[in-house]
Design a protein around this ligand. Structure first.
Ligand code: SAH
Length: 259
């Protein structure tokens, strides 16, 4: 199947950013405005969908961890079928489509069928989470790099090797963990094998949205803090010395409130 001899449809994989519509790129807004069919992940906020034409068909293809989700194969088939019909399809994904978003698989599937895909970057949740804490992930006094990592086991079933990631963090790499809430106990215990218990950590839920919540703690208190503050998915966990400044600010605020 190719576009040859078919109406000129199109497909764009578009990053919807972390939620705040003001963080969309101009390219993303243009693609959303032009779309006749939009396939939206459930992390895509209503504010972002407000840019869609009234006539656009919006299909919610959510897949929150643990919930029943639209099978990936169905999403890929639908995108292809609509494009071949001549529709302007926008596949809207939270954050950036190529950061833990299966954007690569979807683009490959379409290319295999002769459909060229435009990819539009978005601001990934890890960056928005750090900025909402006022943290530079590579603040040069504390870190010389950053690792974006999933909290889930790999697709081949191999568990994540948290002690090794902790060792990298001990060498000055900030850890930004996506999809980490479900496995937070294993993350904490694995990292404690190679990092001091007092290493700063933070959780940010719904970064950039009015519903954003966050907590700053230490690796030692990561799980108790998550439970006490009731921080659930979607959340980013940040671990590393770059959070020291934030902890100072938080502690000062606490002292100020207690005084
Ligand atoms: N492509 C997305 C990531 C998809 S994986 C991106 O680039 O951001 C889904 C995970 O992203 C969630 O489990 C959570 O860890 C994170 N996430 C997405 N949006 C978020 C938000 N607004 N606040 C905090 N975490 C978010």
């Amino acid at each position: 199947m190719t576009f040859t001899g078919t109406p000129a449809g199109s497909v764009a994989l578009v990053g919807a950013g972390p939620g705040d519509p003001e963080l969309l790129t101009l390219k993303a807004v243009r693609a959303i405005r032009r779309a006749s069919v939009i396939l939206a992940d459930d992390l895509v906020s209503d504010g972002v969908l407000r840019f869609a034409r009234r006539s656009a068909r919006i299909v919610h293809v959510g897949k929150r961890g643990g919930c029943t989700s639209t099978p990936q194969a169905f999403i890929e088939k639908l995108m292809l079928a609509e494009a071949l019909k001549g529709e302007h399809v926008v596949r809207l994904k939270g954050g950036d489509p190529f950061v833990f978003g299966r954007g690569g698989e979807e683009a490959e599937h379409l290319l295999t069928h002769g459909v060229v895909v435009e990819v539009v970057n978005g601001i990934t949740a890890g960056l928005a989470a750090a900025t909402s804490l006022g943290v530079g992930l590579t603040h040069r006094e504390h870190a010389h790099g950053v690792i974006f990592v999933t909290g889930h086991a790999r697709t081949d079933g191999t568990p994540m090797h948290w002690p090794a990631l902790g060792a990298a963090a001990a060498q000055g790499l900030t850890l930004v963990i996506y999809m980490g809430v479900a496995g937070i106990k294993d993350i904490r215990s694995g990292l404690l094998a190679s990092l001091p218990a007092a290493t700063p950590a933070a959780l940010v839920q719904n970064a950039s949205l009015p519903t954003q919540r966050h907590a700053v703690c230490t690796l030692e208190t990561l799980v108790t803090t998550q439970l006490a503050e009731g921080i659930g998915s979607p959340a980013i966990i940040v671990v590393g010395d770059v959070l020291r400044g934030v902890r100072r600010v938080a502690e000062q605020a606490r002292r100020h409130l207690a005084a």
